[in-house]
Design a protein around this ligand. Structure first.
Ligand code: SAM
Length: 248
């Protein structure tokens, strides 16, 4: 019995991924010395951040965007995302983050030497100021059902979308299998290197659900490891030949 199989049996989900990452890091360790969220945060221009903070911070932002100004917390969250994708290991990658918000995730990727592109709406001035402050390249684009993404240049090794809202989140137009299929096919055919990774992090809907059982099964049929809100295609597989129309 292979060691990896035995490990998989005693550890599950995140624990297995974390153990695997530590072994990999031990074998091919690459992350810069002093690589932690606090150290990376210190590389951000403090005075300019303070200016943005002064303009937008609120006592109780609730779900409004200024919640992202709690920078230590969000840098920790994004560093975990980076590590969970193994972006702290191995060589330079090209990374696209859809709905990049402040750009913290891509800032950490850039700090690690990756070539990054963000995509977002141009609605929230605070996001624009943060992305500019972090020096993250961003393409302004509204994702819509059944519309392909624009030309984004060379293909990406990793495509992410965290806390997704572009899927008709909390509306009566919530994406079903068919909309996701179009979106994933477009990524695979036009934007992702063969064997590339796609990581989706879904938001909870009003009924507290993340996806229907049919959508979860569809993601899995395309190679996803689905772990609560996180859907990781590593790699993204072609669409299954036949999907029951009732599930769409
Ligand atoms: C909940 S925020 C998440 C921000 C960031 N990904 C994070 O996890 O910190 C959702 C992001 O998606 C963007 N967004 C919402 N609808 C979109 C659409 N149709 N196309 C592109 N971006 C969209 C918003 O502007 C915002 O930056």
């Amino acid at each position: 019995m292979q060691l990896s199989y035995k490990l998989r049996k005693v550890l599950s989900g995140d624990a297995y991924a974390s153990a695997r990452r530590h072994v990999k890091q031990w074998v091919i360790g690459r992350a810069p010395l002093g690589f932690d969220a606090a150290r990376i945060t210190q590389t951000i221009d403090r005075d300019k951040f303070q200016e943005v903070y002064t303009r937008y911070a609120m006592d109780d932002p609730g779900d409004e965007w200024p919640k992202y100004l709690e920078i230590e917390r969000w840098m920790e969250i994004n560093l975990k995302r980076v590590r969970d994708l193994g972006l702290d290991l191995g060589g330079r990658k090209r990374v696209l983050d859809i709905g990049c918000g402040t750009g913290y995730f891509l800032y950490i990727c850039k700090y690690l030497g990756h070539d990054v592109v963000g995509m977002d709406l141009d609605i929230e001035p605070g996001f624009t100021e943060m992305v500019d402050l972090l020096g993250v390249k961003r393409v302004i684009w509204r994702i819509e059902a059944y519309q392909p993404l624009p030309d984004l240049g060379p293909r990406f090794d990793v495509i992410t979308a965290h806390m997704i809202c572009f899927n008709g989140h909390k509306s009566d137009k919530l994406w079903r299998i068919s909309e996701w299929e179009f979106f994933l096919d477009d990524l695979a055919e036009n934007h992702l290197v063969p064997g590339g990774q796609v990581c989706l992090e879904l938001n909870r809907e009003y009924d507290d659900s993340l996806y229907t059982p049919e959508l979860k099964a569809y993601f899995e049929a395309r190679g996803a490891d689905v772990h609560t809100q996180r859907v990781l295609f590593n790699p993204l597989r072609p669409a299954p030949a036949a999907v029951a129309p009732a599930g769409r």
